[in-house]
Design a protein around this ligand. Structure first.
Ligand code: ATP
Ligand code: MG
Length: 418
């Protein structure tokens, strides 16, 4: 991608009401556009980050047997009435609307009800089970407060997976597989050491659910954490009983702020019974299907990553999610410089490396500041000086100084394919 052709631009102007660091940086870098509080558009570079995160999640969900689909955003009132989740007193984030003929519809804030009702078409025998379906979808939630930038949207992208199992034991096995897959996801996006499997409230069948909490000052949750023992408890469920169950003492736990990046949930057979999802077991008996529900906030995760790695110069993306691996800064318009930069851009791109090519007619200081603000892992400079010296100038985003490298070293460091 050539920056001379990218329509977005970096800016110093951030909406006055935007107080969250993640959104401030993402707006300044041109990754997102704020439409209104809690509602953001994802611009080309921001979309690349989301797509990279989604791809990591997709690979891990596919690896445990997940099958991707997309449910609808318009939902039937009757389904949610059946499970007593239509009333605003039960679910306080609903956006609701109606068809021309007056029929009420809900705008999707979650999907347990419609997907479980839909599964009645496909799951009726023990032979059809277990089944695992997931999607990436824009959820709409009328959140009371939206002050955390993209970490709390009124419109946001979630990965939600639903598991349908024959028994509690079969369910538990998959629940554990999802737990492991989620940890792989958080590790791959660079948050492995700061994300904890956390005991939390909720759960229709069990008393608790589990959250994945990333330690972050920007998070809205408080958790009690013992890093060494990898024990984390959401403040909302901290009690003597819970401490005893986890064999940990209160004074072994540290109170920290955290952001919930994922949540996994056992619904037991409650929803299947309400919505009529039964299967015939090996003895010919009708049994309700066991439902599990597993979310990851994709856009929240992007915000948490932005917050976690940012420094005083701007964003710092881990390679796995960065919108490009290399920021190629061409300094000056000398024919030799242009030729070498153009050639290198082609060479890197052909070798499977994503490059943001700063071919704009701008001052070096401006290019360097943008390279830092955008948070691209490597900055590569081509100038009169480097052409004359027959070397390149390479700097990792996390390093303070650039070093001179030969072409061979460059291709090796960037893992450019032959
Ligand atoms: P929270 O307590 O933060 O409101 P939740 O319990 O309502 O979250 P779930 O319904 O379990 O969240 O949604 C699954 C995941 O989606 C959450 O773990 C979180 O990562 C993400 N998420 C939830 N609400 C939002 C939101 N308003 N904006 C962005 N991501 C969200
Ligand atoms: Mg919520």
């Amino acid at each position: 991608m050539r920056l001379s052709q990218l329509f977005t631009k970096t800016t110093r102007n951030v909406p006055a009401d935007e107080t969250a660091k993640n959104a401030q940086l993402l707006i300044r870098a041109g990754f997102i556009h704020k439409e209104m509080a809690g509602v953001y558009a994802y611009l080309p570079l921001g979309l690349r980050v989301l797509e990279n995160i989604k791809q990591i999640v997709r690979e891990e969900m596919d690896a445990i047997g997940g099958q991707e689909l997309i449910m609808t955003s318009l939902q039937r009132k009757e389904l949610w009435e059946t499970t007593d989740r239509w009333d605003d007193k039960q679910v306080d984030v609903w956006f609701k609307s109606q068809l021309k003929n007056g029929t009420a519809v809900g705008l999707a804030w979650s999907h347990e009800e419609p997907i479980t009702a839909m599964m009645k078409n496909y799951l009726s025998s023990y032979r059809d089970l277990p089944a695992y379906a997931y999607q990436f979808q824009t959820k709409l939630r009328n959140e009371l407060r939206a002050k955390s930038g993209i970490m709390r949207g009124r419109e946001f992208v979630m990965k939600d997976l639903y598991s349908y199992s024959r028994s509690e034991a079969e369910h538990q096995k998959f629940y554990d597989a999802v737990t492991a897959a989620y940890m792989k996801v958080f590790k791959r996006v660079g948050l492995g050491d700061s994300t904890f499997f956390t005991l939390a409230s909720g759960g229709a069948f069990t008393q608790f659910s589990h959250e994945f909490q990333t330690v972050s000052e920007a998070g809205e949750d408080t958790i009690y954490l013992n890093k060494a023992k990898k024990i984390a408890i959401n403040k909302e469920v901290l009690s003597d009983e819970v401490l005893k169950q986890l064999a940990v003492k209160r004074d072994e736990l540290e109170e920290v702020e955290a952001a919930e990046v994922g949540n996994i949930f056992n619904f037991g057979t409650s929803k299947s019974e309400q919505l009529g999802l039964y299967f015939t077991d090996e003895d010919g008996k009708q049994q309700p299907v066991v439902l599990g529900s597993y979310g990851i906030g994709i856009t929240r995760l992007a915000g948490v990553i932005a917050e976690h790695f940012a420094d005083d110069k701007g964003l710092v993306w881990p390679e796995a999610v960065a919108p490009a691996k290399v920021y190629l800064a061409r300094l000056g318009n000398d024919a030799k410089v242009v030729k070498q930069a153009d050639d290198l851009y082609e060479r890197l791109t052909a070798g499977g490396v994503q490059v943001l090519y700063d071919d704009r007619d701008a001052r070096p200081g401006e290019k360097f500041a943008d390279a830092d603000l955008l948070g691209i892992p490597y900055r590569l400079v081509i100038s009169d000086k480097t052409v004359a010296g027959d070397h390149y100038e390479l700097k990792a985003r996390t390093e303070d100084t650039a070093r001179q490298v030969s072409q061979g070293e460059l291709l090796k460091t960037l893992a450019v394919k032959a």
